[in-house]
Design a protein around this ligand. Structure first.
Ligand SMILES: O=C(O)CCC(=O)C(=O)O
Ligand SMILES: [Fe+2]
Length: 327
């Protein structure tokens, strides 16, 4: 069975001090994997375990709150990036054959009202986690730039203007997702916890618990399990980056299926996801990067073609958001 490649960031700490060679060779490796599978598992990424655990605790506690309380935090408007925060109830956002087994809660820096009264420490813990996610993402964005041979190692980092300037609004958000335990009687045939989809923006950091069920579709159309690694982060790339790189980085379809084991079915599943993207008004112009022969072949086999026109980041992403909420 094909495995999702593991990428070790042990020697990737500080670009200005580390060996340039290490960064460049890892950058090439990531470029290759992201074009073939679009998923990696990161280890030795430097985010302390307790920082991640405290966000998982909030995840659990938030969804245990009474409905009347959760509803107070309902997402004000899913169609606007600046109000893409808050609670999404069962069945409101769906991909494919879902049966209303997931609730989620989104957080964006500088926007929204959060349950600090009900869950003291909520904002503090999420902000700390966010800082760590940003620093891992910054490393990844530099590795992407190096792998693509861009002259400016900070090419993608600089498009995240909202990271350093509060006058800009970003697309980055943190999502807490909860999938209740499965009650056999309620499952329609072929149903999944989250249906097949690709992520919308640039790069996703996904923290999953032990429940399993996450799968990525490889180029042959086979579903590959993304088996939980304790302390690891699943990383995948999204549609906007695929557009930006004309397919050198692929946005790989993925889903979460219902576990077969009775033991796992009886357990809820929690995940915490950080989606990164540029500031909302960034213009994304496909980069002119020569592809390797292998990349050309791969893309041709997929039957994909890519336009060379610039797109507005927000418009590109919101086409997909609309589709997910419109059903
Ligand atoms: O919960 C998961 O593991 C997957 C979530 C996901 O793919 C998403 O929210 O885009
Ligand atoms: Fe996803």
């Amino acid at each position: 069975m094909e495995q999702i490649p593991i990428i070790d960031l042990n020697f990737i700490k500080d670009y200005s001090k580390d060996s340039e060679e290490q960064w460049v060779s890892l950058g090439y490796e990531i470029r290759n994997v992201m074009g073939r599978i679009g998923f990696i598992q990161l280890i030795n990424h430097g985010i302390p375990e307790d920082v991640v655990n405290s966000v998982f605790e909030l995840n659990q506690k938030f969804f245990e709150l009474p409905n009347a309380t959760k509803i107070k935090f309902t997402k004000p408007n899913s169609m606007e990036m600046t109000s893409y925060y808050g609670y999404t109830k069962f069945g409101e956002e769906t991909f494919g054959k879902e049966f209303g087994n997931r609730e989620s809660f989104d957080w964006i820096e500088g926007h929204g009202v959060y349950p600090d009264e009900e869950l003291p420490n909520f904002s503090v813990a999420i902000k700390l986690f966010h800082e760590h996610c940003k620093s891992v993402t910054k490393k990844l964005l530099r590795l992407f730039a190096l792998g693509l041979g861009l002259e400016d190692v900070d090419f993608f980092v600089k498009r995240n203007k909202h990271w350093d300037d509060p006058d800009f609004t970003g697309m980055s958000n943190i999502r807490l997702a909860y999938y209740p335990k499965i009650q056999e009687a309620n499952i329609p045939a072929g149903a999944v916890r989250i249906g097949e989809h690709t992520d919308f923006i640039t790069v996703t950091l996904l923290f999953q618990d032990e429940a399993g069920g996450l799968e990525a579709r490889n180029l042959n159309g086979d579903w590959i399990p993304v088996t939980p690694i304790k302390g690891g982060i699943v990383v995948n790339t999204g549609d906007l980056l695929e557009y930006w790189t004309s397919g050198i980085f692929q946005a790989t379809p993925h889903r979460v299926v219902i576990p077969e084991s009775e033991l796992l079915k009886a357990m809820p599943r929690y995940s915490v996801v950080f989606f990164d993207g540029p500031e909302i008004n960034a213009t994304v112009t496909p980069l002119k990067i020569s592809k390797t022969e292998e990349e050309e072949e791969r893309i041709a086999k997929l039957g994909k073609t890519y336009p060379s026109d610039p797109v507005n980041a927000r418009e590109h992403v919101f086409r997909k958001v609309k589709a997910a909420y419109a059903k």
